[in-house]
Design a protein around this ligand. Sequence first.
Ligand code: ZN
Length: 229
Amino acid sequence: MKRTVIEAVKTCARPVKRALELAIDNRLVDYHMPLEMPGDILITFDDGPHPEYTPLLLNLLDRYGVKAMFFVIGERAEKNPDLVKAYHEQGHIVANHTYSHLNDVAGARYSRDRVVEDINKCSDLVESTIGKATRQFRPPRGELNIKTWRAARDTDHSLMLWSIEGGEWGKRSDWSAEDISDFVTSNIKKRDILLLHDDNEKSLVVISDLLESLRKRKLDLNSAIESVR
Ligand SMILES: [Zn+2]
């Protein structure tokens, strides 16, 4: 039977358990929800805000009383300040996905200073819109290396990747919304960080099905967000 690291830690003897918990709690990047984070699942969206899909998504989340974390692209946030305010006013967390969605961010194309500048530009923009700077950073395409890690540290951001994704722009781009929805709904489990994108129609289908399913499973989707507010 496949077990997650978290579940495996629970079964260890006490001193081993403590040592493992410390190691996991102090890890440099969050793939799964950290042990100290309350709740069951953390829902995140990248690449917004989008003038057409973001309002529909916000309505849906509001209907279910669910909070999420939005890793915004600064350029899109600049064009849609009202939607950035709407994220914030509806209790979601606005996080950082760089200003210009630097592609190949981990490669040789961009210096660390350039990445730092792009993260700061996105954060400054968010701060001027909602009065609060960003605190979590997700590199475009999840490209993690020593440079993107240091850029996050230099700008005072924690790094957050994900443990399950819709893949609507990536590896499942040729799947139907229904197939992606089935995949996510049947594979998501406690301590997962879910990645979807609020700039496409498939995401709306996926999140709509998922919220209904998670409500039936009585999973806590909000405590994680509350803990990083
Ligand atoms: Zn992205």
